[in-house]
Design a protein around this ligand. Structure first.
Ligand code: MN
Length: 310
């Protein structure tokens, strides 16, 4: 690796909100009213990139509600049109959101933005395959054009099937990236690849030239080294293809509610500066607010594991 992909916030010292490449990931949010509290879980420690997950190109509304159309009738038709209008507006708002994030990345000195081009947690399709592909390509092209002007590279990330129905493997992300533009990149994530790929090392090799971000967590989504992933082989394969981008740390510690819980200090029990929406986002992703001690330990373990092979 050409640079140190791991940056750790000094203990007890919140970073400035505008520090480049820091805190752009989910769950690392500035606490309102000053002072930041470490709240997650969805750790993004990104030296040269900003990661934004969860782009809603497609929405929860349904476009072609076949049963309504077949039933006919004025009310149904109005209903369908209303939903279509809503969906078009929703998609336009999502595209604008990503374009604004791209501008933010540039202003922070970043060079890359990682995009999940569907609602995270949605595992049922919302249109025909052709329709959805076109929505994604058209929406991403608009973001891509803006990124090209601003000098920010896009990376499309597939997730496992339990988090999205849309893109689950690297070859699907590569196909989408190719349709979006020659400079559009992909991001692959060890946790997701371990579930979906036939051979994650070959998947990494296939991404050569398009790989713009790489997410790391172990197979159990704990810190690197706390599961059974072969980090020597993973880092070795990244070196083999000449990847010199970020290793974005993205452990998501599970919440153990049983007497078997090996980490009783994991959950933050004191007051946490989070809005209801922020807390809901974290809880909807199967985690909770983590204590400073536990979070720092996970970051430290990740760093220790990865540095051995760099
Ligand atoms: Mn990821």
């Amino acid at each position: 690796m050409a640079h140190n992909p791991l940056r750790r916030r000094p203990t007890g010292q919140p970073p400035p909100v505008d520090e480049p490449g820091y805190g752009a990931g989910d769950g690392e949010r500035p606490a309102p009213g000053g002072g930041r509290r470490r709240v997650s879980v969805w750790t993004a420690v990104v030296p040269v990139a900003a990661a934004v997950a969860g782009l809603l190109f497609a929405t929860s509304a349904q476009t072609a509600r076949g049963t309504d159309l077949r039933a006919g009738g004025r009310t149904d038709l109005v209903d369908v049109i209303r939903h279509q209008t809503f969906e078009v507006k929703q998609r336009a708002a999502s595209v604008q959101y990503v374009r604004d994030c791209i501008t933010m990345v540039k202003e922070l000195g970043g060079q890359e933005i990682t995009i999940v081009p569907s609602t995270v947690g949605k595992i049922k399709s919302q249109g025909t395959p052709d329709q959805e592909w076109k929505w994604a390509v058209d929406s991403l092209k608009s973001c891509y054009d803006h990124g090209q002007r601003e000098g920010v590279r896009l990376a499309i990330e597939p997730l496992n099937r339990f988090e999205t129905y849309f893109l689950n493997r690297h070859d699907q992300a590569l196909a989408l990236a190719k349709d979006v533009g020659p400079e559009c990149g992909v991001c692959v994530d060890v946790f997701h690849m371990n579930i979906e790929e036939k051979d994650m090392y070959q998947a990494i090799r296939n991404c050569k030239g398009r790989l713009a971000d790489f997410h790391v967590a172990d197979n159990n989504r704990m810190a690197c080294g706390m599961g059974h992933c072969d980090w020597g082989k993973i880092i070795g394969t990244l070196k083999e293809i000449g990847y010199d981008g970020a290793l974005t740390v993205e452990f998501v510690a599970p919440v153990d509610r049983t007497p078997a819980n090996p980490y009783p200090n994991a959950i933050e029990k004191g007051p946490v500066n989070l809005t209801a929406d922020e807390l809901k986002f974290i809880e909807d992703h199967g985690s909770s607010t983590l204590s400073d001690e536990f979070y720092t330990w996970l970051v430290s373990e990740t760093s220790k594991t990865l540095r051995k092979y760099m």
